[in-house]
Design a binder for this molecule. Structure first.
Ligand code: G3P
Ligand code: MG
Length: 256
């Protein structure tokens, strides 16, 4: 198991600062940094011709002005789409970012990354292979690797094989006994689960093997504080500023 050689922050901006900006765009990453986030999460899948891009859904319909399956379009076609106008007029013309662009921007903004591999159906292996390859080619030497995660076991198996130096975590809605049993085999450094399934018992179980628990998606400040008090190490949130301010207010109060 690869230990994380970078400190997790309690707040991870989910798909960037996605409550205020169009998710998985460079604007969302910039907004996360401007909101004071130190960590961002984004979703990565492949164009038809095998380039890594940021996008959550398998379909273009919700977050771009395109239609149909992401996997049916080459990168140059995806690059002509508008990934911002659906969210608001001032984001019109925001492009679908390549992974390479997102990595460069995060380095420039000094943001740590949780890179979620979100393969289109049937492309679990290929997507992980391309992600590891792009990280090797474009991530600055000497900087801690992004934390990779995925719901796709086949993708994590590729990362384990091809990126033995890259920390990765299992993403799962509800952490069943079977899922917990896979953490060793997949050499996972972290577990990421739906916040509604977090518990002190789960935190204790993971702590025994030195694995932090990260929970998605928490946009309510008091809920975030309760989870962090329980021992959850980080929450994914669309509202990084709100959650960071609540944490700072609690620390100030405890320091009084
Ligand atoms: O990585 C945490 C979270 O992003 C997982 O769910 O669907 O938002 O990618 P989703
Ligand atoms: Mg995600």
């Amino acid at each position: 198991m690869r230990t994380l050689d970078v400190r997790l922050a309690p707040v991870i901006a989910h798909r960037g600062a996605s409550a205020d900006t169009p998710e998985n765009t460079l604007a969302a990453l910039r907004a996360a940094a401007a909101a004071g986030a130190r960590w961002v999460e984004f979703d990565v899948k492949l164009s038809r011709d095998g380039y890594c891009i940021l996008m959550h859904d398998d379909l273009l319909n919700r977050t771009t002005n395109g239609r149909g399956e992401v996997a049916h379009y080459d990168l140059d076609e995806l690059r002509r789409l508008d990934a911002g106008g659906w969210f608001g007029r001032r984001f019109r013309g925001e492009p679908v970012p390549t992974l390479q662009e997102a990595l460069a921007l995060c380095v420039e903004l000094d943001l740590d990354i949780n890179l979620e591999i979100k393969p289109c159906p049937g492309r679990q292996h290929e997507t992980a292979i391309r992600v590891v390859d792009e990280l090797r080619r474009h991530w600055p030497a000497g900087r801690s690797w992004p934390l990779i995660s995925s719901f796709a076991i086949a993708s994590l198996e590729e990362v384990r094989k091809l990126g033995p130096d890259m920390p990765h975590g299992l993403l799962i809605g509800r952490p069943t006994r079977r899922a917990l049993g896979m953490l060793d085999r997949l050499e996972c450094s972290t577990l990421h689960c739906d916040a509604k399934h977090a518990s002190a018992e789960l935190v204790r179980h993971l702590t025994r093997s030195g694995r932090p628990l990260l929970c998605y998606t928490v946009n309510d400040a008091s809920r975030a504080l309760r989870l962090l008090e329980m021992g959850v190490r980080a929450v994914f949130t669309d509202r990084p500023q709100l959650i960071a301010e609540a944490i700072a207010a609690r620390s100030a109060k405890q320091g009084q």
